[in-house]
Write a protein that binds this ligand. Structure first.
Ligand code: GDP
Ligand code: MG
Length: 732
């Protein structure tokens, strides 16, 4: 078998060929015609599946076979010219019956293909028994019904040419059957007795023929295993008679019309078969075509099948019908697969393949297009290829499905990945857009971050599903998007927690700024108490300085923490995230306080504070009224007391200590341990702080001494000035 018939269907109807006489399937040189596909296409038969019939005629040369066929089927087989008397039919011709001969409500079947087989009785073709044998084999392997054409006067002539022909038919049938015992293929031999005069009734002729046939059968040497087989194991028989065409022209025409309608389909098989087996002609109007005669070769595979068979026959190979059918099935299934893929699948799928292919990409409308295309391709394949040898068809269908799914899978995966990417991006975009808007709005901090995240996630996932779902083919696990969706969700969660982390950090920094601002004034105030401005004699001795500072700090930082926690709730912060942020916030608050204290207690500032404290005590009286020094005043005494009292402040300021405990404030306790979830990095935000008592030392001993010296000198200056003022007032 070669590729001659590839492309049937797409081929032009008849290529300008003249098919009015039918087509010569096998020519006189025993060559198989290439025109059969065109011929079937010309009659629109290629797509008809099993809805056709194949009938062949046998008989001696010049017994009116072609004439009979032309009358029965309206064909145009050439008939021997009366005057020339030589053979006209060469090889095997095929022609389609004219449709619709009907009589008495009985209609001939549609799509009957008739083969006019060249008869040989050695007159024209010499002793070419070979061709006779080959054509008989060919007809048996392909046709449902063999019309055997005999003259009435030849019936009973056991030695006649007809009998030789029938012997050949039986022999080749046995040969076929032996090779193909699995295919219990039955055939009908339909004897048409010509020039029936009428003196012998049809049943009598039938009985004679049956007897002859059985006799022939008996003489055949049967292959092993079939020694006791009966002729009726392989053949059904029907008999009909026709009047003399020339002598009873009108009756002949009338009877052929009746006979034509017998070529109709019959369903109620069993009743007919039993009659047929016996050669019983009663009820002589029985339909001819039983479903079981059909060779089950789909019409579009017929040319190829017939050619394959002929090739085997011509090359004298054993004719193995099942393997022929399998070969045909393979070839045709592949052809059908390729052509349906090209016509149904490719137009839909290729554009997507051209679009996608490299990176993950959302392929819009993918599922809506490819799933029906896949379905259509497979079902179109099933319709066309399903008529062929089942195991081959099933295998080829599986192959096709694999091929289609391979291509679809690549696209669908790309699409899912695209949806994944897009969903994460959409989520991030909508969350950041929301945050931006919220930050711009006056109530920046009042937004509900958690709700936004949930809504954005839901929306992104919903869109993913919406565009993934059409791609799902329930029984195909590769088309499931579950896994990709799970990855998408976890990616979205990761983005959410990253954005939330950033938001928490932003919130924390904002609260830190608030703490810094809020802490400044009250702390300054605490320190100002040292100078006790306006409080006169009830001047602060500074003993409660650090109590005040710590109290202010605790109040303001805990306000800040509360504020943070309430905002963090809206961010949907996890307990861990809260714990981390609170720790950092406390640490930072302490650093802010420490910086503020350092600022307050810079050397210049301390000196000023000491001076103010000293001046308060020395230059103002108990009622806060400035003293005007008189010589009688105990300037030295006052000076010494005020100086000593102020000097006491220096060690007090030098070290943070609470009055109640005489210990530094519980900073370490306040800050707490570094949460396990905070990984120490180079970023000092994440670093643990060692809070020891040394940290509470603001002025070292050496600095204190230096400060004392400078303060004394300053105090001395003020004392001298006071002293001088009394002298000048005396001298005035
Ligand atoms: P084929 O060689 O078997 O196909 O025979 P043809 O159909 O070519 O006919 C051979 C000859 O038989 C022709 O001259 C026909 O006119 C003639 N013929 C055809 N039908 C009949 C018939 O029913 N009775 C008789 N006696 N002659 C017929
Ligand atoms: Mg003929």
């Amino acid at each position: 078998m070669n590729g001659q018939i590839s492309g049937i269907g797409s081929k032009g109807v008849d290529d300008g060929e003249d098919f009015s006489m039918g087509v010569q399937v096998i020519n006189e040189n025993k060559e198989f015609s290439e025109k059969l596909p065109s011929y079937l296409s010309y009659h629109s038969l290629l797509a008809s599946g099993f809805n056709y019939h194949l009938v062949a005629v046998f008989g001696s040369q010049s017994t009116g076979k072609s004439t009979l066929l032309n009358y029965l089927f309206g064909t145009q087989f050439s008939v021997m010219d009366e005057t020339a008397r030589r053979q006209t039919t060469k090889g095997i011709w095929m022609s389609k019956a004219q449709p619709g001969q009907s009589q008495n409500g009985k209609t001939m079947a549609d799509n009957i293909l008739v083969m006019d087989v060249e008869g040989t009785d050695g007159r024209e073709r010499g002793e070419d028994q070979d061709f006779e044998r080959k054509s008989a084999l060919f007809a048996l392997a392909t046709s449902e019904v063999m019309i055997v054409n005999v003259w009435e006067h030849q019936v009973g002539l056991y030695q006649g040419a007809n009998m030789g022909l029938l012997k050949t038919v039986f022999e080749v049938n046995l040969q076929l059957f032996q090779k193909n015992q699995s295919t219990s293929q039955r055939s009908l031999l339909f004897f048409v007795i010509r020039d029936h005069i009428g003196t012998t009734p049809l049943q009598g002729l039938a009985d004679t023929l049956m007897a002859d046939l059985n006799r022939i059968w008996g003489t055949l040497s049967k292959p092993q295993g079939l020694e006791n087989s009966q002729i009726t194991d392989f053949f059904d028989f029907e008999f009909a008679a026709l009047p003399h065409k020339i002598l009873q022209g009108d009756k002949f025409v009338e009877e052929t019309k009746k006979l034509a309608t017998r070529f109709r389909e019959v369903e109620e098989e069993s009743a007919i078969v039993s009659g047929r087996k016996e050669g019983d002609v009663l009820g002589g109007d029985r339909g001819i075509f039983l479903p079981s005669y059909h060779r089950r070769i789909p019409a579009d595979g017929l040319p190829m099948y017939a050619e394959g068979i002929w090739t085997q026959i011509v090359t004298n190979k054993d004719l193995d019908l099942p393997s022929q059918q399998e070969l045909l099935a393979q070839y045709r299934c592949e052809e059908i697969s390729a052509s349906i893929t090209a016509s149904v699948f490719d137009p839909v799928v290729t554009p997507f393949e051209e679009k996608g292919h490299q990176a993950a990409k959302v392929l819009e409308g993918l599922g809506e297009a490819i799933v029906p295309a896949r379905q259509e391709t497979l079902s179109a394949f099933s319709v066309e290829a399903g008529r062929y040898f089942k195991p081959v068809f099933l295998k080829k269908k599986e192959e096709l499905e694999k091929k289609l799914d391979g291509r679809l899978k690549a696209l669908v995966i790309l699409h899912y990945q695209g949806l994944h990417k897009r969903a994460v991006q959409e989520f991030e975009d909508s969350v950041t857009a929301y945050l931006k808007k919220a930050a711009a709005a006056s109530s920046a901090s009042e937004h509900d971050f958690r709700e936004t995240v949930e809504e954005a996630k839901e929306a992104a996932l919903a869109r993913f599903i919406e565009e993934a779902e059409p791609c799902v083919i329930p029984e195909q696990s590769w088309s499931s998007f579950k896994e990709e969706l799970a990855h998408t969700e976890s990616d979205i969660d990761a983005v959410a927690s990253r954005v939330r982390g950033e938001e928490i950090r932003r919130l924390r920094l904002r609260i830190e700024r608030v703490i810094k601002t809020k802490l400044a004034e009250p702390i300054e105030l605490e320190f100002r108490k040292l100078s006790g401005s306006g409080t006169g004699a009830g001047k602060s001795d500074g003993k409660k300085l650090w109590d005040g500072v710590w109290a202010v700090f605790e109040k303001i930082s805990s306000d800040g923490l509360d504020r943070f926690l309430s905002k963090a709730q809206a961010l949907n912060a996890s307990p861990e995230e809260n714990e981390q942020a609170v720790w950092k916030l406390k640490k930072k608050s302490w650093a802010i306080l420490k910086a503020k204290i350092d600022e307050e207690l810079m050397e210049g500032n301390i000196l000023m504070k000491l001076r103010e404290n000293f001046e308060d005590r020395f230059r103002y009286d108990e009622n806060g009224v400035p003293r005007v020094w008189k010589p009688s005043d105990d300037i030295e005494g006052l000076y010494a007391r005020a100086r000593e009292s102020t000097l006491l402040l220096i060690p007090l300021l030098s070290k943070m200590e609470l009055s109640a405990t005489s210990k530094p404030p519980p900073v370490a306790e306040f800050i707490g341990k570094r949460p396990a979830s905070v990984i120490a990095t180079s970023d000092d935000e994440d670093e643990d702080v060692e809070i020891d008592d040394d940290l509470m030392v603001i002025l070292t001993d050496a600095k204190q001494v230096g400060l004392q010296d400078r303060f004394r000198k300053m105090a001395d200056g003020i004392y001298v000035e006071a002293k001088r003022s009394t002298i000048s007032s005396v001298s005035q």
